[in-house]
Design a protein around this ligand. Structure first.
Ligand code: CA
Length: 254
C-alpha cells in the first residue's frame, strides 16, 4: 500500500486516458457498478473504462435516481458528493441506514479535496474516497481492491465465528455483535474489527490495518485509518477495547 496525500493532476488523467488504447476490451466479469455522477464528461470516461474492464455499468445523473438504482444492489457504488437533488452525503446516509443497501461498498468520488470532507465521507460510511481530478487507472485499482475484499469474505465462507470477551464477529453472515446486540458496521469497519479481533493483544500498524481492511494497492491518507477506527470505537461503545499504540497503530485489548 502506498500512502500519499497528493492529488493526481489533470495531466495524469490525460496521460492515462484510454481513448487511444488499442488493447482489446475484457470479457464481462459480472460485477455491477453503479455510477452516481452528474458531470457528463466524467461519466463518459468512467462508463467507457469500466465497460472495457468488463464491468456492468449503470449510471444515475442525480441523487434521486441514484438512490432508486441502488435498490438493485450493485456490487460497488461510485458516488459523487455535489449532485443535483439529494447530495452524496445524504445518499450515503440513506444507503447505510437501509437494511438492503447498507453493505454495498461505496467509493466516494468528490471534487472537494479538503481532508474534512474525506473525514465526513468516511464517518458516514464510505469505504474509500478519491478526489477529483483523478486518474481512471487509479480508480480502477481501488475498485479492484474493494472487490477483492468482498470476494475474500465470500470465499472464506466456512462457518467462522471470532469471539473475544463480549465482542463477536460472524464472518459468514457478515455480522458483528457486542453483548449479543448487533452492531451496524460499514464494510470497512467490519474488516477492521475482524482483523483486530483475530489477534487480541497484537499491535497492528496503520498500514497493516489498511491492507486488511481496504486491500493492497489502496492509496489512502494516513488519517483515513484513524477515522475508521474512531467510528468503530464509537459503535463498540462501552465495550470498546481498541487501544492506540503510539507511533504505530492499534490493538485489541487482550
Ligand atoms: Ca458533481
Amino acid at each position: 500500500m502506498i500512502m500519499v496525500s497528493e492529488v493526481i493532476s489533470m495531466k495524469d488523467v490525460k496521460k492515462h486516458s484510454p481513448l487511444k488504447a488499442s488493447v482489446e476490451p475484457k470479457m464481462k466479469n459480472g460485477i455491477k457498478v453503479l455510477v452516481i455522477e452528474d458531470e457528463k464528461a466524467l461519466v463518459d470516461a468512467l462508463v467507457y473504462n469500466l465497460d472495457r474492464e468488463g464491468y456492468d455499468v449503470t449510471v444515475a445523473h442525480d441523487g434521486q435516481d441514484g438512490l432508486r438504482k441502488a435498490q438493485a444492489i450493485p456490487d460497488i457504488i461510485l458516488l459523487d458528493i455535489m449532485l443535483p437533488g439529494i447530495n452524496g452525503i445524504d445518499i450515503l446516509r440513506e444507503l447505510r441506514g437501509n437494511e438492503k443497501t447498507k453493505a454495498i461498498p461505496v467509493i466516494v468520488v468528490s471534487a472537494k479535496s479538503e481532508e474534512t470532507d474525506q473525514v465526513v465521507g468516511f464517518s458516514m460510511g464510505a469505504d474509500d474516497y478519491v478526489t477529483k481530478p483523478f486518474s481512471v487507472k487509479i480508480l480502477l485499482q481501488r475498485i479492484k481492491a474493494l472487490q477483492r475484499r468482498a470476494d475474500v469474505s465470500v470465499e472464506e465462507g466456512a462457518s467462522e465465528l471470532i469471539q473475544h470477551k463480549q465482542v463477536k464477529v460472524d464472518i459468514v453472515r457478515h455480522r458483528a455483535f457486542v453483548l449479543d446486540e448487533e452492531l451496524d458496521l460499514t464494510p470497512t469497519e467490519f474488516r477492521l474489527l475482524e482483523c483486530l479481533l483475530r489477534s487480541p493483544g497484537r499491535a497492528f500498524s496503520r498500514q497493516h490495518l489498511m491492507d486488511s481492511a481496504i486491500g493492497d494497492g489502496a492509496i489512502v491518507l494516513e488519517r483515513t485509518i484513524d477515522v475508521h477506527i474512531k467510528t468503530l470505537r464509537k459503535k463498540l461503545g462501552s465495550m470498546d477495547m481498541i487501544e492506540t499504540v503510539r507511533g504505530l497503530g492499534y490493538r485489541f485489548k487482550e
